[in-house]
Design a protein around this ligand. Sequence first.
Ligand SMILES: *Cc1c(COP(=O)(O)O)cnc(C)c1O
Length: 371
Amino acid sequence: MSALHEKFGLTRVINAAGTYTPLGVSRSPQAVRQAAAQALGEFFVMDELQDALSARVARLTGAEAAVATHCVSAGITLSVAAAIAGSAPERIAALPDTNGLPGRIVLPAGHAVNYGHPIEQDVRLAGGVPVLAGSEAGCTEAELDEALGRAGTGALLLVSSRLVRGAPVDLARAVALAHRHNLPAILDGAAQDLRIDELLATGADLVLVSPHKYMASPTVGLVLGRRALVAAVRAHEKGIGRAMKPTKEAIVGLLAALEEREALDLSAWRREQDAKVAALVSRAGALRGLRAEAIADPAGMPLRRARLHVDPQSAGLDARSLAHALRGGDPSIRVMEHGVSEGVLDLELVPLTAEEIDAIASRIETLAGTA
Ligand SMILES: *Cc1c(COP(=O)(O)O)cnc(C)c1O
């Protein structure tokens, strides 16, 4: 890493903020990097790459078919396009002008997340009209039922993410409700790629994941599910999807990442992650004014994060100042800051080496241990 950072004068980063797009999302393993680099020197029949990917994903997950898009943001837009306009060439060419086709897309209000931009914008880019059901506090089945009844030939968009707010919506029951109205259900599980089986088991017609997050592929989106809808998503490559196309190196890199995933020993991986979190929790928790614990991912990904509770009185600085100081050093250490106003910092250690975790612990000791 440091060769590139030095050559181009770039900030060196230790990313404990998760699979975060503004920091480059993830680090690909050697096999994935090699595959992507090799692909850059070759021509391919791009349709064959998509076919090979679809067959491989179907074999691995049991989904009927799959298609790669530029990323999940693109995948949401193209899934909505498929739900609204299907595969008819003249409709594909007309989008985002829907020419009067009903395009209401229902979302539980707490699922209208902002993952760097509002998810409703992905819907609007395809000519869809986002309709929020319920409130931020939650969405009852009656509220969802009522909104779906008004949706015409729209669809239900559900999100499985730690960003979701309010009382949890039972995803399988919500999908069943959409099907009772003869509407397709699209499930955004972008950062949930270790739970693909569970997401497919909800009965959702399309499930979306970001392989560049925990699967550490090059930037790409994966849309899996029912054959006809996946085919429609792919058909929109000749429409608005032109600006959302996956690259050859991304698809080949994804094929390599799927191979790595297939070989993954998940329980050994979890033990390794837990040991990294335990090491940081024990060092940071020993400091005056800091309490540290391991916390589970709220959306159900099988990983824990280190959580620091900062008591400004005895630590000598508050959570916001600690995050600021970590960010300002070299290398710049980035943590999850969504809890700063409650005195909380979360650190995700999955992509980090023992040396990097040691560097984080030492920096925290210097900043907070001296009060
Ligand atoms: C990351 C994320 C996205 C966007 O995924 P990209 O592949 O980066 O476009 C969408 N939804 C959720 C819930 C996410 O976490």
